[in-house]
Design a protein around this ligand. Structure first.
Ligand code: ADP
Length: 496
């Protein structure tokens, strides 16, 4: 029986084991330096666990373990059906440990327990299952060559994959990378964010229990400038997959160029427009979706609809609806099953979000809702809405990664498109209209990897996810994800 009250969750969490060591060659290991850092619960600033502060020496061990396992073929050469069975077992184990994984996620990064339980953990298991199920259903190609030739086009695993992942959906985004990497026969070294490492570390033991051979899946916790940098510069890492900030993404491209030209695949945030036309068929639905599209997960979502573009003729009435919808997001104890908005990941990030709110006010935007930390303890920020925003303002151009919405009026379809595309980013975009022609026209004109019409941020494993422009390259989810983890080989056979 799952806990149903705050008190029950708190009791459960006190007893929960919180492993913080690295996982290399099938075993938990302290950092070779013996160093650790504190893992802090952002809802109350209490220490939860010690995390291994790994560095270059631990990265060396992990990459060597991954390389050896790849070269010996313990996983790579397993039949696709056998690899599928292991991944399906892993998905089952994740679901069986749903309560534990959800509690670790919520304690570590502050999201509501109800969402960890209903979204993050089942979503993560679904990713592993989807890629597992696909393994023995993907065929290679025979090229339409002249009759005296047989040419095959095959996908081969790329080798050692390093995954550097963020803290907003720690387990889920890690699975977006790990699952296709493993499904295609690679060996993996995962570096979770130093701000949320617990579920990735726990996942390693579940993967071993599911039957992933030792050395094939390693987890090295630690900081970006130590573990992340060492992985990105490592000459024996073949592919580097990343989700995080644009600043780090740029750096990773440099590291790859300075080392071995490893493949680099980046998802690096967004400043996503959500456009409400006056002919939107259901303004109430659009207002609810605009609020949840911006404030879900405390606004710590790369694809959050943080720029709300509203046609001037409905601007005031729509703004009122969005403010009302946003009021339903109430920051509270993340372990309380009734909470729908948790804490930000840490107090440093809280300070950065509050600073952006100050920047917005100073630039002349009108604060319509929120704007403060609601409590003295914990990294909470109220859902915050600014109206009267110009797209040139910093709050409309920079990724705040917190619960802050910038409302921008527009007068025509052309102007809406121009404002929407006036951004360094191009991850997601929404548009709401009852006009079919306009829906297609605007969707085509938007420079974004995902466009949602009359909804915001829906999706599942069947559709790819990733960005245009400085939102990155490559795609997670769906068969398109396999591009990151495989090389294409053509074999040209002379038939005589
Ligand atoms: P955020 O500011 O949201 O934490 P980051 O881009 O800093 O976003 O973090 C995303 C991931 O990138 C984390 O795992 C982090 O440790 C890692 N990282 C940060 N800086 C570097 C770096 N210089 N080299 C490699 N990895 C890094």
């Amino acid at each position: 029986m799952l806990p149903t009250t705050l008190a029950q969750w708190q009791t459960y969490c006190q007893k929960l084991s919180k492993e913080g060591r690295a996982f290399i060659q099938g075993q938990y290991k302290a950092a070779q330096s013996g160093k650790t850092f504190d893992c802090i619960n952002p809802a109350n600033s209490e220490k939860i666990a010690d995390i291994a502060a790994c560095d270059q020496a631990d990265v060396e061990l992990a990459v060597k373990a991954a390389r050896n396992s790849f070269e010996t073929g313990t996983w790579r050469d397993m039949s696709p059906k056998a690899r599928k069975q292991v991944l399906l077992r892993l998905a089952d184990l994740m679901e069986a440990h749903k309560q534990e994984l959800a509690a670790l996620e919520t304690l570590d990064m502050g999201k509501p327990i109800s969402e960890s339980l209903s979204v993050d953990i089942p979503g993560s298991a679904d990713v592993v299952r989807w890629h597992g199920e696909a393994v023995d259903k993907v065929y290679d190609e025979v090229a339409p060559t002249p009759a005296n030739v047989l040419a095959t086009v095959t996908r081969e695993p790329i080798g050692v994959v390093a995954a550097i992942t963020p803290w907003n959906f720690p387990l889920w985004i890690a699975c977006w990378k790990i699952a296709p990497a493993l499904a295609t026969g690679n060996s993996v070294v995962l570096k979770p964010s130093e701000k949320a490492s617990l579920t990735a570390i726990r996942l390693a033991a579940l993967a071993k229990e599911a039957g992933i051979p030792d050395g094939v899946f390693n987890v090295v916790p630690g900081f970006g400038h130590t573990v992340g940098k060492a992985l990105a510069l490592h000459k024996d890492v073949d592919s580097l997959v990343f989700t995080g900030s644009t600043r780090t993404a740029r750096q990773l491209m440099i590291y790859a160029g300075e080392s071995n030209m490893k493949r680099v695949w980046l998802e690096a945030g967004g400043k996503n427009p959500n456009i409400i036309f006056a002919d939107c068929p259901d303004l109430d639905k659009a207002a609810r979706a605009a609020a949840s599209g911006c404030f879900y997960n405390q606004g710590e979502v790369c694809v959050a609809g943080t720029r709300l573009l509203v046609e001037r003729s409905i601007h005031d009435a729509f703004l009122e609806k969005v403010v009302e919808a946003a009021k339903s997001f109430k920051p509270g104890n993340p372990l309380d099953p009734a909470t729908n908005m948790g804490a930000l990941v840490d107090t440093g990030h809280q300070a950065s979000v509050l600073d952006y709110i100050k920047v917005g006010s100073e630039a002349g935007a009108t604060l319509c809702l929120g704007g403060k930390a609601p409590t003295d303890t914990g990294a909470f920020v109220e859902p915050t809405i600014f109206s009267g925003v110009s797209n040139k303002m910093r709050i409309a151009q920079e990724e705040i990664f917190g619960p802050v919405m910038a409302v921008i009026p527009f007068d025509s379809e052309e102007e809406a498109i121009a404002i929407a595309n006036d951004s360094d980013y191009g991850l997601g975009a929404g548009l709401w209209t009852g006009n079919l022609g306009r829906a297609h026209r605007v969707a085509k004109a938007l420079r974004a990897g995902s466009v949602w019409i009359n909804n915001y941020n829906d999706g599942d494993m069947t559709v790819p996810f990733g960005g245009f422009k400085q939102s990155g390259n490559g795609r997670d989810k769906s068969f398109h994800a396999l591009d990151k983890y495989t090389e294409l080989k053509t074999t040209w056979i002379e038939l005589g």
